[in-house]
Design a protein around this ligand. Structure first.
Ligand code: AP5
Length: 217
C-alpha cells in the first residue's frame, strides 16, 4: 500500500504517538515539525531563535520558517517510498506549500489521518505527558509510563515536561487549532483523502486499527 500520509488532530490528540507506530509498521520516515523546531531552539540556530517565542506562547511559528524546514527535510527523501508528516501543514498557506513541493517531485498524498479526541481528555493528558529531549519519544505518566520512572525506555535520557503543556497555553493551542488548522480538514475532505480515527484507543490496539483505517477506500 502507498503511504504518503499527513496526520492531523488537535494538540495532544496522539499524533506523535500514532505517527511513531505508523513509521515503525510501514518503515517510513516520521517527519515532525514540532520536534524539528524544538531541536532548532535547543541548538540556538537562527530559525530556533525566531521559533522560541511563538512556541512558548502556543502560537504558530511563521510559515516561511516552517515551510523551509519541511522542504529541506523532504528534499533528502525518495517520497515515493512513503512518509508520515506530523504537525504540518497547519494552515492553508502551509498546505499550498506542501502541494507545491509534492507536485514538483511528481507525487501527492495518499491519506490524511485525522485523530478525534475531546478537549477535556486533551487537557488532562498533556498535564501528565513527558517527552524525551534526546530521541523525541513520548510517554504519559499514567497511560503509557516509561519502565523506569522519568527515564526514556529508548535512549535512557531523563524525560522532561514541555513548557507549552501548561493549561493556559494548551487552551490557546486548542484555539489556534480551531481557527487555523481545522479549515484544512474541510479542504482534504473535498479531496477524499481523510480517514478518521479515535485518538483515545488503547495503545496496543493502534497498529491493527491503523491498518484497517488506512485500507478503507
Ligand atoms: P507540536 O509538537 O506539533 O505539538 P501539537 O500539535 O500541539 O501536538 P502535541 O505534540 O502536543 O501532541 P500530539 O498530538 O503529538 O500527542 P502525543 O502523541 O504527544 O507543536 C508544538 C509547537 O510547535 C506549536 O504550538 C507551534 O508553536 C510549533 N509548530 C509545530 N509545527 C508547526 C507548524 N507546522 N507551523 C507553525 N508552528 C508549528 O500524545 C499526548 C499525550 O497523550 C502523551 O502523553 C501520550 O503518551 C498520551 N497518549 C497518546 N495517545 C494515547 C492513547 N491512545 N491513550 C492514552 N494516552 C495517549
Amino acid at each position: 500500500m502507498e503511504t504518503r500520509i499527513v496526520i492531523m488532530g488537535p494538540p495532544g490528540s496522539g499524533k506523535g504517538t500514532v505517527a511513531r507506530i505508523i513509521s515503525k509498521v510501514y518503515c517510513i520516515p516520521h517527519i515532525t515539525t514540532g520536534d524539528m523546531l524544538r531541536e532548532a531552539v535547543a541548538e540556538g540556530t537562527e530559525r530556533g531563535e525566531v521559533a522560541r517565542d511563538y512556541m512558548e506562547r502556543g502560537a504558530l511559528v511563521p510559515d516561511q520558517v516552517v515551510n523551509s524546514i519541511v522542504e529541506e527535510r523532504l528534499t533528502g527523501l525518495d517520497l515515493n517510498d512513503g512518509f508520515i508528516l506530523d504537525g504540518f501543514p497547519r494552515n492553508l498557506r502551509q498546505a499550498e506549500a506542501l502541494d507545491r513541493i509534492l507536485r514538483e517531485k511528481g507525487t501527492g498524498l495518499t491519506h490524511v489521518l485525522n485523530l478525534v479526541v475531546d478537549d477535556g481528555t486533551i487537557i488532562s493528558r498533556l498535564s501528565l505527558r513527558r517527552s524525551c529531549p534526546r530521541c523525541g519519544a513520548v510517554y504519559h505518566l499514567r497511560n503509557n509510563p516509561p519502565e523506569v520512572d522519568e527515564i526514556c525506555d529508548e535512549c535512557g535520557a531523563k524525560l522532561v515536561q514541555r513548557s507549552d503543556d501548561r493549561e493556559e497555553i494548551v487552551r490557546h493551542r486548542l484555539q489556534v487549532y480551531d481557527e487555523e488548522t481545522r479549515p484544512l480538514l474541510e479542504r482534504s475532505q473535498e479531496a477524499g483523502l481523510v480517514r478518521e480515527m479515535r485518538g483515545d484507543l488503547p495503545i496496543d490496539e493502534i497498529p491493527e486499527i491503523v491498518r484497517r483505517v488506512l485500507a478503507r477506500s
